[in-house]
Design a protein around this ligand. Structure first.
Ligand code: BG6
Length: 483
């Protein structure tokens, strides 16, 4: 563990859901693994609620313990002691001046190098308050520092509602902080198998010649959840499944599947290639979209009775470049479906001159399962073992649980927070990337918001609307069974 110097992590929105369920547990696990040495690191919670340090600690405590922490109660108490709480509003000087005073106290203690103030502000807050909070931080909580000190801001999606609002938000924050100081989290970029995509594609000789329109028939990127919007109906209804999952998480995965090889592994070079893919996506056609809403969604008292918000969507994206022309990228996401799964399915074309007449048994397919139970498997044809000469579809299977027994796969947030401390922006969304992503989806989103496109009702616990399967078939996907 490298020495990190004096570091203050400030979680704004400390009593909210995101902070309790994701941010503090991720910090706790980093702490348990020695990444946040108590002599150097202090953690501050900030929110409007007037509570004491201990009250905040008690609210967080229950979310920290999981099967991953070795000696839970001892570690939990020590970790909680690192956290101090300051209350104040998100748009007034007083609270932020107080916060600055608290942070400065430990920065001048004997363990810190004078002038090496490092401050990480994590905004676990709704985007509506980002501009005012950033203004307050800029005005009252910035330290002039020359010994390798810094100030960084971490923000969470949704970054706006459409192209216009996202651009406005970006320029408001951009006036206060430089791009290298801004970390836009998309937690899918912290998942193990998403991070593995570049290695898989560019460190394996056998994928290189196959990864293109000559060999690949279609690509699916799928997100399914087997529960509805329980408890979050109000939030969700304002955004819908496209803004919640597809425009960010699935589109980021698409970039990594489709991008060209970056000239180096430098974060900027990787992000350059991602932007190019996004800029090559053609406008979405209405007939290549299926929207759904599960029955019972509107029973949530926080959801309006006539809500037109989709809880399911299948959208086909087409990339207009030399590698991908004609290959549909099918993005599919849904709540309240029959299973919980996120996976990428790369389906290859039929074998030309099929002497075994095995076409009906299925095509070669490469599947990357992001969750649950991380795995990669390749569906391929083999001779049915035995005396007969017949074919059967089988799998080459790399299941992480079996192959990497004893290795703990870190939580996405843990990894990403560590990156923010280290100053590595590779797995964060750059401003031009965000803009290009909104450009793709804004026209469709506006049509849905205006009620010009309606979601088809589907039964909770089902596969979603049958029309989505029909669209998949039309796009060329051939369903294979058995695995
Ligand atoms: C969040 C969405 O970004 O991702 C949620 O807002 C969704 O609606 C969640 O449930 C899914 O994350 P994961 O890591 O459980 O797939």
């Amino acid at each position: 563990v490298p020495e990190i110097g004096c570091l203050s992590i400030i979680v704004l929105g400390a009593s909210g859901d995101l902070a309790k369920k994701k941010t503090f547990p991720a910090l706790f696990h980093l702490y348990c693994q020695g990444f946040l040495p108590p002599i150097e690191v202090h953690i501050f919670g900030y929110a409007r609620t007037k509570i004491s340090d201990d009250e905040l600690r008690n609210r967080i405590r229950g979310y920290l313990v999981s099967e991953r922490s070795a000696s839970p109660s001892k570690d939990v108490s020590k970790f909680l002691q690192l956290i101090k709480y300051v209350s104040g509003s998100y748009d007034a000087a007083e609270g932020f001046q107080m916060l600055d005073k608290e942070i400065s106290k430990h920065e001048t203690s004997k363990n810190s190098l004078e002038g090496s103030s490092r401050r990480l502000f994590y905004l676990a807050l709704p985007p509506s308050v980002y501009p005012s909070v950033c203004r307050m931080i800029r005005r009252y909580c910035m330290k002039k520092s020359n010994l390798g000190g810094w100030t960084r801001i971490v923000v969470e999606k949704p970054f706006g509602r459409d192209l216009g609002s996202a651009e406005e938000l970006s320029s408001q924050i951009g006036e206060l902080f430089d791009e290298p100081q801004i970390y836009r989290i998309d937690h899918y970029l912290g998942k193990e198998l998403v991070q593995n995509l570049l290695v898989l594609r560019f460190a394996n000789r056998f994928f290189l010649p196959l990864w293109n329109r000559d060999n690949i028939d279609n690509v699916q990127i799928v997100f399914r959840e087997d529960f509805g919007t329980e408890g979050r109906g109000g939030y969700f209804d304002e955004y819908g499944i496209i803004r919640d999952i597809i425009q960010n998480h699935l589109l980021q995965v698409l970039c990594l599947v489709a991008m060209e090889k970056p000239v180096s592994l430098k974060p900027e070079r990787i992000r350059d290639e991602k932007v190019k893919v996004l800029q090559s996506v053609l406008p979405i056609k209405d007939e290549e979209v299926v929207l759904g809403q599960y029955e019972g969604y509107r029973d949530d008292p926080t959801v309006p009775d006539h809500s037109n918000t989709p809880t399911f969507a299948t959208v086909i994206l087409r990339i207009h470049n030399e590698r991908w022309e004609g290959v549909p990228f099918i993005l599919k996401a849904g709540k309240a479906l029959n299973s919980r799964k996120a996976e990428i399915r790369v389906q290859f074309k039929d074998v030309p001159g099929d002497i075994f007449k095995c076409k009906k048994q299925g095509r070669n397919e490469f599947v990357i399962r992001l969750q649950p139970s991380e795995a990669m498997y390749m569906k391929l044809m083999v001779k049915q073992p035995g005396l007969e000469m017949s074919t059967v579809q089988s799998e080459l299977d790399l299941s992480y649980r079996q192959r990497y027994q004893g290795v703990t796969i870190p939580e996405a947030y843990e990894r990403l927070i560590l990156d923010t401390i280290r100053g590595d922006q590779q797995h964060f969304v750059r401003r031009d990337e965000l803009k290009a992503a909104w450009e793709i989806f804004t026209p469709l989103l506006h049509r849905i918001d205006n009620g010009e496109m309606k979601p088809i009702p589907y039964q909770a616990g089902s596969r979603g609307p049958a029309e989505a399967d029909e669209l998949l078939e039309k796009a060329g996907y051939v369903q294979t069974h058995g695995y």
